[in-house]
Write a protein that binds this ligand. Structure first.
Ligand SMILES: C[S@@+](CC[C@H](N)C(=O)[O-])C[C@H]1O[C@@H](n2cnc3c(N)ncnc32)[C@H](O)[C@@H]1O
Length: 256
């Protein structure tokens, strides 16, 4: 675990408040944030777990009653506090705390919504990921929502299968990610949560991870390329290719 928090401390020191500090693909990040924000209401009290440098947290703060971002990386929380201080429009409804998702220090039923944007895939075993999911279940109100953007091994495998067929190299999983096994994950989720919706970013993955690399081959594709910005626009309006979407938004309601 120390290895993971050290990694994120280092990233925070290097990239500070840059949105790319926690996700190189900034277009995909925008899609993720958009999909989360659409689910939030003005009256919501929200928890953002593994908030990184607070980039998403600050955007969500504009839409909700209050939001608390937590992260176990001290440096990420330092950056989050700086993001907050540098905002032109001062937001009084946002707080950050250093905390481990495996030990959430909040009362039961505290939040209308909890967000996990690629935090759980950083938790280093299925055993601990389940523990984290139960921690989240506990702090969300009975009619509240867990908005979770996380990845599966099956999503990555499907994308790689498609890439292989057309001569593209395999995309390797980052060493610090433990992607969910879809079967185990679905079984566990269905026991503890009601699945309201699952939204994919498949169109974006298709264009950015298949069309774009073929277009620029043998050069490497760039995350900030114009075609990825186009892919983002398309994915907003035309969801498709669900199978190759490594990450998905899961909208879940706790079964209490
Ligand atoms: C991939 S980053 C995502 C950050 C942010 N949610 C975003 O979308 O940019 C994962 C974050 O989760 C944090 N994290 C990983 N394991 C954690 C844990 N056990 N408790 C709290 N935060 C954790 C890391 O420090 C890191 O900031």
């Amino acid at each position: 675990m120390k290895k993971i928090s050290d990694y994120w401390d280092k990233k925070a020191k290097q990239l500070k408040q840059d949105p790319a500090a926690t996700m190189g693909d900034v277009c995909l990040r925008e899609l993720e944030i958009n999909s989360i924000v659409r689910q939030l209401k003005k009256t919501d009290e929200v928890l953002d777990v593994g908030c990184g440098n607070g980039f998403t947290t600050a955007i969500c703060a504009e839409k909700v009653k209050s939001i608390i971002g937590i992260d176990f990386s001290e440096e990420m929380i330092n950056q989050s506090n700086q993001v907050m201080n540098s905002l032109k429009k001062k937001l009084k409804n946002i707080k950050f705390r250093q905390m481990d998702i495996l030990n959430l220090e909040f009362e039961k039923n505290s939040f209308d919504a909890a967000i996990s944007e690629r935090c759980l895939i950083n938790v280093q075993s299925w055993q601990n990921q389940k523990k984290a999911l139960l921690q989240l279940k506990k702090v969300i109100k009975p009619k509240g929502f867990l908005l979770m953007i996380e990845g599966t091994t099956q999503g990555l495998a499907c994308l790689n299968k498609a890439r292989k067929k057309i001569g593209l190299h395999e995309i390797k999983k980052h060493w610090h990610n433990v992607l969910f096994d879809k079967k185990l994950f679905n079984r566990f989720i269905k026991r503890h949560f009601k699945v309201i919706d699952i939204q994919s970013f498949g169109s974006y993955y298709f264009i950015s991870r298949i069309v774009h690399p073929l277009l620029v081959m043998p050069k490497e594709p760039r995350f900030k390329a114009k075609i990825n910005q186009i892919a983002r626009k398309i994915a907003l309006e035309m969801p498709a290719f669900n199978d190759i979407s490594i990450n998905n938004l899961y909208i879940l309601q706790p079964k209490k």
